[in-house]
Design a protein around this ligand. Structure first.
Ligand code: PLP
Length: 396
């Protein structure tokens, strides 16, 4: 006898993973270069040189026992202080080392934060479309997902709908900006509006409603787009950050939870974060990569490749007649299914060897997601297939 829910999760892959596995098989059948795999958000640009240089330096010059040993559960004190100093300098924040809990990436930051906050029967508001794993992470705690849709053309939150969704069981609102899958970035005005709603809601229900800001794409923005630093607007904020996307280290599993020092019941919340990390068996974040952090704060991989791909796809797909959401950040393009049926659209794309993810699992119908963290050459070679796909719908 095993836990049925866990068995189900382990037996059924996510739609994204399913497509990725299909792509691997298909590449074996018809050759790698003939499959246009836009399924996974796996960065295609290498980590900055400074990452390799610092890792070599750490491996050659540090005490190996310390470098590969356990750190304190919340992470090395000096590393946490360096993150606090960087964020204080960059965003005029007021953070201290003891606001941080280092983690094995954003997924771990999310499971730790949600476990720290939620009890069975609680509600978490998710702005849809959302990263599909949110549902898994929330429901594991016995809490309920309450989706609030964000709509075309810009996929900004509908603040009135969000306020209407707050009940006395609401414990958190989870926001992801820049967004996977739309590439939308919360505007400064909406960040302020959101904080006012959460403050009013908290007062109304007599409990703090936490804002969980999932920010693995914070630095991946285009043009003059700015990503509001939400803890500056709203006191009860928990940031889930990761170095997976910004500096292309998704396999190394390193990130952090930041609990705002201005949060109501800060000490209880921070203790609950540490307790959740303990209960989930994280022990401590990978030590070698903890020690890398101070030298890479604020760095990004070369974003010019993503920007080139973004422009190329946006311009070409629009010219072919598709309706596309112009992304301001991250590396995803959200495209409307011409007849509203996203699954049928993905199947038709598959016939052209284009692997696109249907939007249903993101909590939103009628779109597909294109992950353009691939080579520009792949994007260029895929364009005729997109054009044929458009023509098959009578577009263009
Ligand atoms: N949150 C979002 C919105 C993501 O897109 C991802 C990964 O794709 C994650 C969290 C998990 O990232 P990490 O690799 O840091 O665990």
């Amino acid at each position: 006898m095993v836990n049925e829910r866990m068995k189900e999760l382990g037996s059924r892959r996510s739609v994204i993973r399913e497509l990725f596995e299909y792509g691997k098989l298909r590449k074996q059948e018809i050759g790698e270069e003939n499959v246009f795999d836009f399924s996974l958000g796996n960065p295609s640009v290498p980590a900055p040189d400074a990452v390799r240089e610092r890792l070599v330096e750490l491996l050659q010059e540090s005490d190996p026992v310390k470098l590969h040993g356990y750190t304190s559960a919340q992470g090395d004190l000096g590393v946490r202080q360096s993150i606090a100093d960087y964020l204080n300098r960059t965003y005029g924040a007021d953070l201290r080392a003891d606001c941080f809990y280092l983690t094995a990436g954003a997924a771990a930051s999310l499971t730790v934060s949600l476990t720290a906050i939620l009890n069975p029967g609680d509600e978490v508001i998710l702005l849809a479309p959302f990263f599909p794993e949110y549902r898994v992470f929330v429901e594991r705690t016995g809490a309920k997902v309450i989706p609030v849709p964000c709509g075309a053309p810009d996929f900004q939150p509908d603040l009135q709908a969000l306020e209407d969704a707050i009940t006395k069981r609401t414990r958190a609102v989870l926001v992801n900006s820049p967004n996977n899958p739309t590439g939308a970035v919360l505007t400064a005005g909406n960040a302020k509006g959101l904080s006012e709603i959460l403050r009013r809601g908290s007062e109304r229900i007599g409990e703090p409603i936490y804002l969980i800001a999932d920010e693995p794409y914070r630095e991946l923005v285009y043009g003059d787009t700015e990503v509001p630093y939400l803890p500056n607007d709203y006191e009860n904020t928990v940031v889930c950050y990761s170095f997976s996307k910004s500096i292309s280290l998704p396999g190394e599993r390193i990130g952090y939870v930041m609990v705002s020092p201005r949060a109501k019941d800060f000490s209880d919340l921070y203790a609950a974060v540490c307790g959740a990390g303990r209960a989930l068996g994280f022990v401590c974040a990978p030590t070698l990569f903890q020690y890398l952090i101070p030298s890479v704060l604020g760095m990004t991989a070369d974003l010019s490749v993503y920007d080139t791909n973004r422009r190329l796809l946006l311009e070409s797909l629009t010219a072919y007649g598709f309706s596309v959401v112009p992304p301001k950040g991250a590396f995803y393009l959200f495209v409307k299914a011409p007849d509203g049926d996203a699954c049928a659209f993905c199947e038709r794309a598959k016939a052209e060897e284009l692997l696109l993810v249907p939007s249903e699992d993101f909590g939103c119908d009628g779109y597909v997601r294109i992950s353009y963290c691939v080579t520009t050459e792949q994007v260029e070679r895929s364009l005729p297939a997109f054009q044929r796909l458009a023509r098959s719908y009578g577009l263009g």
